[in-house]
Design a protein around this ligand. Sequence first.
Ligand SMILES: C[S@@+](CC[C@H](N)C(=O)[O-])C[C@H]1O[C@@H](n2cnc3c(N)ncnc32)[C@H](O)[C@@H]1O
Length: 182
Amino acid sequence: MPARIAFAVEAMDPQPGSDVLEIGCGGGVAVALVCERLRRRGRVVGVDRSATQIDRARRRNRDGVDAGLAELRVGEFPGVDLPGSFDLVFAVNVPGFRSEDPAAPTAVASLLRPAGELWVFDEPPPGLALGPVSMRISALLSRCGYAIVDIVERERTVGVRAAPPDVTASSAATAAAATSPR
Ligand SMILES: C[S@@+](CC[C@H](N)C(=O)[O-])C[C@H]1O[C@@H](n2cnc3c(N)ncnc32)[C@H](O)[C@@H]1O
């Protein structure tokens, strides 16, 4: 069990009954841990662009898939079609959440419920400090309208917890600006 994944699931602490999405789920180790925590209520969807990884994830999570708790999809986020909305979306070591490109976090915002959370975990290469990594992730998420709630670290892994943009408030502000006299 990679330490980063154990840490990520422990930090997020997904609750029974939650709808959870992992982007870039690889071989499905985190999906299996989330499944255990759901206690047969809720669901976890894992998506990865690699069909080989999704095959591994399906084999690892056969019981969860058969019970309708886990769903594993091949696809490139954000292009992939995903069912419904989520309480918790997370990614561990996925390039789209450490780049300058707002596409992935922006797409996540439209999948999250209003009280939902996005967690981004990353593990810098040996020799690189964690601080700049969490700053880079936080800067990207802030630019996409997220509020940074917390930054957590354990050994070589950093996690950024973020609340989605308040779509209601921002659309109300846009409407007010559009109707206010100049
Ligand atoms: C470094 S691996 C990490 C896998 C797993 N999260 C872990 O920590 O072990 C990154 C994974 O993300 C997947 N990936 C990267 N970008 C993606 C995207 N835009 N959409 C879907 N999967 C993606 C890759 O195929 C790969 O399996």
